[in-house]
Design a protein around this ligand. Structure first.
Ligand code: HMG
Length: 375
C-alpha cells in the first residue's frame, strides 16, 4: 500500500436548481418507467435552467471549496478544469472560471479533455505537480464540471445529468491520494462528439464492454500490485485486498453499469458470485446515493461519489476510485480519509442544492429541451 503526503485539502460540490424524475421521462417517451428506475438504476436527473451552464456550476463549486479552505487565492498556483462541455476549441474553460473568481498572475491555467476521465486526469496532474516539487508551496484548484445532454429520444437520454466538484489539492486534510495508481487505455469509438456536433454519438453496447474491460484491467493491476507489496507471511487473496477498501467508488453513467462492471471485476479476479455480490452491496451501492439523484455528470460523476463516500469517514479509512472515460481510458486511484473527512462539511451545501431543486414534469422538461435546441 502506498502512502502520500499530498491530497485533497478542501472540497466543493454543486448541482443545478432543476431536476426531472425519470418516471416523467418515461411518460413523455412512452417507455415503462421501470426500465429507467430498475433497468438502469436512475431515479432523477439534474438539469440546468436558463442562465445556468458549465461555467456557473464550476464557479460555484470552486467558491464552496475555497470558502472552506484555510488558504487564500494567492496560495493557488494551478487551476485546471476537466470537462467535456468545452465552450471553445482554444480558450480553456479554466479562463472563464478564473475570470469569475478573480484568479490571475503566477498561476498555470488549462483545461483537460478525455471524456468523463478528464477530471481524474486533472486531479492526477495536480497531485503529481505537488509530488514533483514544482508547486513550490502553492496549491492547485481542480474542477470537474459537466452538463450531460443527449439528443431528445436518444437511448442515452435517461442518463443525462449536470454537476460540478471542485478540489483544492495540497495538504491531505480531507483525503490523501496514493502515489501509485492503475491506468488502462485502448483506442475505441464507444462514445464521441465530433467538432460542431451538439450531442454525442454513442455505440451503447460497445461502451458497456469498454467500461467493463477497463474496470477489470485496472482492478487486476491493483490487486497484483498490493499482493507484490504485501509483507504478510501469506500473500493476501484478491478478496482480502479488496476488503482493505471501506468504500469503492466508480464513474456512474448509470448505476446498473457499475453493477455489471463489478461482476466483470469479480470474474477477472476469480471471486465467487456471493463474494462479488457482497462487495457490490456493502462497498459500492452506498457510494451511488447521490448519483442516482443527479444522473451522469460526466467528469464530475466519480468525484460526486467520492465526495459523498468520504463524508463521515474516520481518518485513515481507505477508498477506491475508478474513473472511466470513453475513447477509452480508465484509472483506479486509492485514497485515505484525512482529519477533515469526518465532518463532511462540503455535503451541507450539496444536500441543500438537491433538496431545494425544482422538480420538472414531462411538459416542463420538453419545453426546456426545445428552448435549449433553439439556442
Ligand atoms: P437501451 O439500449 O435503450 O437499454 O439503453 P436496454 O435495452 O439495454 O435496457 C437497459 C436495461 O433495462 C436492461 O437491463 C433491460 O433488461 C432493462 P440489463 O439486461 O442490461 O440488466 N429493462 C427493464 N427493466 C425493468 N423493467 C422494464 C425494462 N425494460 C428494459 N420494463 C444504454 C441502454 C446504456 C445503451 C443507453 O442508456 C445509452 O446509450 N447510454 C449512454 C452510454 C453509456 O452510458 N454507456 C456507459 C458506459 S460508457 C461511459 O460510462 C462513458 C460516458 O459516461 C461518456 C464519457 O466518458 O464521456 C457515457
Amino acid at each position: 500500500m502506498s502512502t502520500s503526503t499530498v491530497g485533497i485539502s478542501a472540497l466543493g460540490v454543486h448541482f443545478p436548481s432543476a431536476a426531472l424524475p425519470l418516471a416523467e421521462l418515461g411518460a413523455l417517451r412512452g417507455v415503462d418507467p421501470n426500465k429507467y428506475l430498475s433497468g438502469l438504476g436512475c431515479h432523477e436527473m439534474a438539469l440546468c435552467p436558463a442562465g445556468t451552464d458549465v461555467v456557473t456550476l464550476a464557479v460555484e463549486a470552486a467558491r464552496r471549496a475555497l470558502a472552506s479552505w484555510s488558504g487564500s487565492m494567492g496560495d493557488i498556483g494551478l487551476i485546471v478544469v476537466g470537462t467535456e462541455t468545452a465552450k471553445d476549441m482554444s480558450r480553456p474553460l479554466s479562463a472563464w472560471v478564473a475570470e469569475e473568481l478573480g484568479l490571475s498572475g503566477a498561476v498555470r491555467s488549462y483545461e483537460v479533455k478525455h471524456a468523463c476521465y478528464g477530471g481524474t486526469l486533472a486531479l492526477r496532474q495536480a497531485v503529481e505537480w505537488q509530488l514533483s516539487g514544482a508547486a513550490r508551496g502553492k496549491s492547485a484548484l481542480v474542477i470537474a464540471a459537466d452538463v450531460a445532454l443527449y439528443a431528445p429520444e436518444d437511448s442515452g437520454e435517461p442518463t443525462q445529468g449536470a454537476g460540478a466538484v471542485a478540489m483544492i489539492v495540497g495538504t491531505p486534510d480531507v483525503a490523501a491520494v496514493d502515489v501509485a495508481s492503475f491506468p488502462f487505455s485502448q483506442p475505441a469509438f464507444d462514445f464521441w462528439r465530433p467538432v460542431g456536433q451538439a450531442f454525442p454519438s454513442v455505440e451503447g453496447q460497445l461502451s458497456l464492454d469498454c467500461y467493463k474491460l477497463a474496470a477489470a484491467s485496472c482492478f487486476a493491476d491493483y490487486v497484483a500490485y498490493e499482493q507484490a507489496e504485501s509483507t504478510a507471511k501469506q500473500t493476501p487473496s484478491p478478496a482480502e485486498v479488496l476488503n482493505e477498501l471501506e468504500r469503492v467508488c466508480f464513474h456512474v453513467p448509470f448505476p446498473k453499469m457499475v453493477k455489471k462492471a463489478v461482476a466483470e471485476v469479480g470474474e477477472r479476479l476469480g471471486l465467487d458470485e456471493a463474494t462479488t455480490a457482497g462487495f457490490y452491496e456493502s462497498k459500492v451501492v452506498p457510494t451511488m446515493r447521490i448519483n442516482q439523484r443527479v444522473g451522469n455528470c460526466y467528469t464530475a460523476s466519480l468525484w460526486i461519489s467520492v465526495a459523498s463516500a468520504l463524508a463521515g469517514m474516520k481518518p485513515g479509512t481507505r477508498v477506491g476510485a475508478f474513473s472511466y472515460g470513453s475513447g477509452f481510458g480508465g484509472e483506479l486511484l486509492t485514497l485515505s480519509a484525512g482529519p477533515k473527512a469526518a465532518e463532511g462539511a462540503w455535503m451541507t451545501a450539496a444536500e441543500r442544492d438537491l433538496n431545494e431543486r425544482e422538480m420538472l414534469d414531462a411538459a416542463a422538461y420538453a419545453a426546456l429541451r426545445a428552448a435549449h435546441l433553439k439556442g
